[in-house]
Design a protein around this ligand. Sequence first.
Ligand code: ZN
Length: 297
Amino acid sequence: MPEILESCPICQNSQLNPFVICQDYTVSQARFSIVQCQNCGFRFTNPRPTEAESGQYYQSENYISHSNTRKGLINQLYQVVRQRALRSKLRLINQLLEPNAAKKILDYGCGTGAFLHTCQQNGWQIAGVEPDAGARSQAQSLTHTPIFSDIFQPEFAQATYSVISLWHVLEHVHQLDRTLEQLKALLAPEGTLLIAVPNSNSQDAQKFGEHWAAYDVPRHLYHFVPETMEKLLAKHQLKLVKYLPMYYDAYYISLLSQKYQKNAVNYFTAFWQGWQSNQWAKRHHNNYSSVIYIIKK
Ligand SMILES: [Zn+2]
């Protein structure tokens, strides 16, 4: 039985309005509602699979963040872009590191470990958490480092990290408050928490509506925008410093959304749509398709 949230996970208000109904195009083909809190505006999938049920919605060859498949042109493009994205993520964490701070990073939801591996090759001490057993074992063989299945294991209790990253992870996490508290405890006093998530106020989200690929129900439980992310962080006494664009996501998400909407792929129009979304965001407070939130204690 799915889990029904009677109140908003951020502000506990019980006035929840329908926002959009979307299909799960990747695994179940089932439809799920997204609601919006009348008080704080937070959007979330409701009802949603329980934590125990959620595993079945990740069982797909198409779920590419858990695989390194190069089958099909979209997957090939994804892998090429991922290589470039890895370099820019590395540049970002090197910039964010305070002078004299230890180069210690925790990647929460590290998937198959590509980002951690890049960090490791560039002098970072790494730690990783990944709930999916298949992805976790790939990450372990790639990095020759034990990867943990969850963040609440006692091994973590004593450690602190200069950078903690969540690359498209927080939107999947059932225990939102408990997880943020634990991440905060693990963050060094001068450390930086980095949370990348899709932005449901972006131009591509508005354009594609229910077909917007980054709703990705029911795997995505929350559909953040900058204002609701800031409220969630404030609730945990965390400070939003700024948020940065993830330019590639607009192209990739437009391509997938178009596929869901028209059951056809046109690389030219998808590219054009992605470009337009990025241009629009530049003029609208960095409301890019996906954004990276830079956070301090
Ligand atoms: Zn609320």
